[in-house]
Design a binder for this molecule. Structure first.
Ligand code: AGP
Length: 614
C-alpha cells in the first residue's frame, strides 16, 4: 500500500511532498524516503528513514536537502524487509537516476540476474531497483529518453507505476503507469504528481489522470503523454469539483455530518467525471471494448455498505441493460463453489479498495482469467492496481467509519455505468444517456433538500424520541429492501441500537411476533403501485400490533402517510433512484439519534474504516 508524490516547479518541493505523503498515510506504510536534484548543480540528493514520516522529517534537521524537482515515497514492504536501504527512492549504479515505485515487478528476479551478469551492482532487495538499473543501461544504449522508456516498459511484467528523476534530465520528471494509478496536478509554473489526487487537492483543482499503459514527461510548464508504443496521447484535464481537506470538519460536529452534507457535490463530481470520460471510457478504465460488447452476465462483489450498493445496483443492471446480475458477499463468495462464466464482468465495489475479503474475492476471480473491474473511491488502492480496469467515484476522502458519501456516489456511478453499458449495447441512445446524468443531478438535489426539510424536527423532536428505543425493525421491498439493509446497518454502527431488517413480505413468516409498542418499524416505500400496495398492507399489519411506524414515502402515497406515526415525504423521482434520493435523510436521521446518545459517531466502538484483515 505504497504512495508516491512528486513536484517540479518554481518552488522548493520537499514540504509539499512530505505533506502530500502524510495525506495518504492512512493507507499504512513502514518506511519513507525523499530525493531531489540540487537547485544549483543538479546533483541527486536523498534521505530515507524506517518507520513513520516523522522519522524522515527529523533527518531533514541535519540533512536539509531540497530542490525544484523532487520525489517522495511511503513504502509497504513486499520485496525485502522494511529497512532504510530498501526504502525508496532506489538508484542506478552511479546514483544519478532515482525511482519511487508502487506495485510489483513480477519478473524482477529474471531481470536482476541479467543485470548482475551485465555488471550492475545492487544495494537493495527491492524489485524497484531493477527499474533504475534498466533505465541506466537503456539510456547508455539509445541515448534517447522516450525510446529507453518504451523499451523499459516492454521488459517489465506486473502492475506498477513509478516516477523517476535524473541528473541528466534536470528539467523533467518521468512518470510511467501500468494498472496502478498516477495523476498530475497542473499548477502555475509547477506540477504536482501523486498516486492519489488527495495529495495535491489543496494546491490545484486541475488534474490529469494518466491513462493505463502510458508514460508522461512532466516539465514545470507542460506535460507530454505517450502510450507504450510512443504514440502521443491527448492531454485531458479534469476539474476536481472540491478540495479535500482531510482532518478538517469545516465547522461540523462530526466528520459523518460533514460527509452527509458533501453528498450533493460528490454526486455531481462523480457524474461530471464519468461524463467527461465518455469518448475514452473503456480505455480509461482499462477494459477492452470487446468485453463490454459481448457482456451477457455481471457479478457485483462487496462487503457491508458496498454490498448493499451492489444489491441496489442489481436492479440498475437488470432493468436498464437487461443483463442478469449476480451479487456476491465477498466474505462468503470465496468459500462457495465458483462457476466460471464466460462473457461476464466481475465488479468489485469498495470505498477503500483495500477490504481484505473483497480483495481476495477479486483475486480469486482473476485467477480464473475472468475480466474484473474495481469501483472504488481511492485511486491508489490495491484493488485499482489488481483489477483489469477501474472506475473511481469522486466522493473525496471519507473519514467517518460509517460510509455515507461513498455509498451515494457508488449508487450514482453504478446507475451511470448501467446506462453506459446499455448505450454501448445500443439499448438506449445518447439522449437517454444524457437524461440519466440529469436525473442523477436532480436526485442529488433532492437528497440534500430533504435533509433541510426535516432537519429541525429531527433535531428537536424525532431524534430524542427514537433514541429511547433499544431495538428496531427495518422493512423494504424490491429495490427498497437492500436500502433498508443499509439503513439498519447505519443505525447499528453509529448508535448501537439493535436493528433487524427484513424484506417486508417476510413479516408474516415470523418477525411479526416481535412487533409491539416498544419497537419502531422503519418502512421504505417504492413508487411502483403494486409494490406500494403490498407495503401498505405490511404497514397495516405492523400498525395493528401496536407498531410505531416511521415511513420514508413519496408524495401522493396518502394511505401510508396516514398510517405512519412519522412520515418523511419525498418528491417523486425515477423509480431506480429512490434509494439515492432517500439516503441523505436516512443517514441524517440515524446520525442525530447517535448524537443524542452521545456516541463516538466517527469512530464507533470495535470498528475500523478499512477492514484489511479477514
Ligand atoms: C459502512 O458504513 C461500513 N463501515 C462498512 O460496512 C464498509 O462499507 C465495509 O467494511 C466495506 O468497506 P469498503 O467499501 O471500503 O470495501
Amino acid at each position: 500500500m505504497c504512495s508516491v508524490v512528486g513536484y517540479i516547479g518554481k518552488d522548493y518541493g520537499r514540504n509539499f511532498i512530505i505533506e502530500g505523503l502524510s495525506r495518504l498515510e492512512y493507507r499504512g506504510y513502514d518506511s519513507a524516503g525523499f530525493a531531489c536534484l540540487h537547485p544549483e548543480n543538479n546533483r541527486l540528493l536523498y534521505c530515507k528513514a524506517e518507520g513513520r514520516l516523522q522519522n524522515l522529517a527529523a533527518k531533514f534537521v541535519t540533512n536539509p536537502i531540497d530542490g525544484h524537482i523532487g520525489i517522495g515515497h511511503t513504502r509497504w514492504s513486499t520485496h525485502g524487509k522494511p529497512t532504510e536501504t530498501n526504502a525508496h527512492p532506489q538508484f542506478d549504479c552511479q546514483q544519478i537516476i532515482s525511482v519511487v515505485h508502487n506495485g510489483i515487478i513480477e519478473n524482477h528476479h529474471q531481470l536482476r540476474v541479467q543485470l548482475l551478469e551485465d555488471g550492475h551492482v545492487f544495494h537493495s532487495d527491492t524489485d524497484t531497483e531493477i527499474i533504475a538499473h534498466l533505465i541506466e543501461s537503456l539510456l547508455k544504449k539509445h541515448n534517447d529518453l522516450n525510446r529507453a522508456i518504451v523499451q523499459l516498459v516492454a521488459m517489465l511484467e506486473g502492475a506498477f507505476s513509478f516516477i523517476c528523476i535524473m541528473e541528466a534530465y534536470p528539467d523533467q520528471m518521468i512518470l510511467v503507469r501500468k494498472r496502478s494509478p498516477l495523476c498530475i496536478g497542473m499548477g502555475d509554473d509547477e506540477m504536482f504528481v501523486a498516486s492519489d489526487a488527495l495529495a495535491f487537492a489543496e494546491k490545484t483543482q486541475k488534474v490529469l489522470f494518466l491513462q493505463d499503459e502510458s508514460f508522461a514527461i512532466v516539465r514545470r510548464n507542460g506535460v507530454e503523454i505517450y502510450d507504450f508504443k510512443e504514440k502521443p496521447l491527448p492531454i485531458m484535464i479534469h476539474e476536481l469539483a472540491f478540495d479535500w481537506k482531510a482532518g478538517d470538519k469545516r465547522g461540523h460536529k462530526h466528520f459523518m455530518l460533514k460527509e452527509i452534507y458533501e453528498q450533493k457535490r460528490a454526486i455531481h463530481a462523480t457524474v461530471e467525471f464519468l461524463a467527461s470520460l465518455q469518448d475514452d471510457l473503456w480505455g480509461h478504465i482499462g477494459l477492452s471494448e470487446e468485453v463490454i460488447y459481448n457482456l451477457e452476465r455481471l457479478s457485483l462483489i462487496g462487503c457491508g455498505t458496498s454490498w448493499h450498493a451492489a444489491r441496489i445496483a442489481q436492479f440498475f443492471f437488470e432493468n436498464i441493460c437487461n443483463i442478469p446480475t449476480r451479487i456476491y458477499l465477498a466474505s462468503e463468495m470465496r468459500y462457495m463453489p465458483f462457476f466460471r462464466e464466460s462473457q461476464s464482468l466481475y465488479i468489485a465495489i469498495s470505498q477503500s479498495g483495500e477490504t481484505a475479503d473483497t480483495l481476495e474475492a477479486l483475486r480469486m476471480v482473476s485467477s480464473f482469467n475472468l475480466p474484473t473491474l474495481a469501483l472504488t473511491n481511492v485511486a491508489s488502492s490495491t484493488m485499482v492496481r489488481e483489477a483489469d480496469g477501474f472506475l473511481l467515484t469522486q466522493a473525496g476522502h471519507e473519514i467517518a467509519v460509517a460510509s455515507t458519501k461513498a455509498f451515494s456516489t457508488q449508487l450514482a456511478a453504478l446507475y451511470w455505468l448501467a446506462h453506459r453499458i446499455a448505450y454501448e449495447k445500443k439499448l438506449i441512445d445518447g439522449q437517454a444517456m444524457e437524461l440519466a446524468e440529469d436525473d442523477l443531478l436532480i436526485a442529488a438535489e433532492v437528497l440534500e433538500n430533504s435533509i433541510e426539510n426535516y432537519k429541525f424536527i429531527i433535531q428537536q423532536k424525532l431524534a430524542p424520541f427514537y433514541a429511547q428505543f433499544k431495538q428496531s425493525i427495518f422493512l423494504g421491498r424490491h429495490i427498497s429492501y437492500p436500502f433498508a439493509l443499509e439503513a439498519a446497518l447505519k443505525l447499528k454502527e453509529v448508535s448501537y441500537i439493535f436493528a433487524q431488517c427484513y424484506p417486508a413480505g417476510e413479516l408474516k413468516h415470523g418477525p411479526l411476533a416481535l412487533i409491539d409498542e416498544h419497537i419502531p418499524v422503519f418502512i421504505f416505500s417504492c413508487q411502483d403501485q403494486v409494490i406500494y400496495r403490498k407495503l401498505v398492507a405490511n404497514a397495516q399489519e405492523a400498525k395493528a400490533r401496536g407498531g410505531h411506524i416511521v415511513a420514508f414515502c413519496f408524495e401522493g402515497q396518502q394511505e401510508l402517510i396516514d398510517l405512519a406515526d412519522v412520515p418523511f415525504i419525498f418528491p417523486r423521482c425515477r423509480a431506480l433512484l429512490e434509494p439515492l434520493v432517500m439516503s441523505g435523510l436516512m443517514q441524517y436521521f440515524v446520525y442525530e439519534i447517535a448524537n443524542v446518545l452521545g456516541c463516538e459517531i466517527d469512530k464507533p466502538r470495535n470498528l475500523a474504516k478499512s477492514v484489511t484483515v479477514e
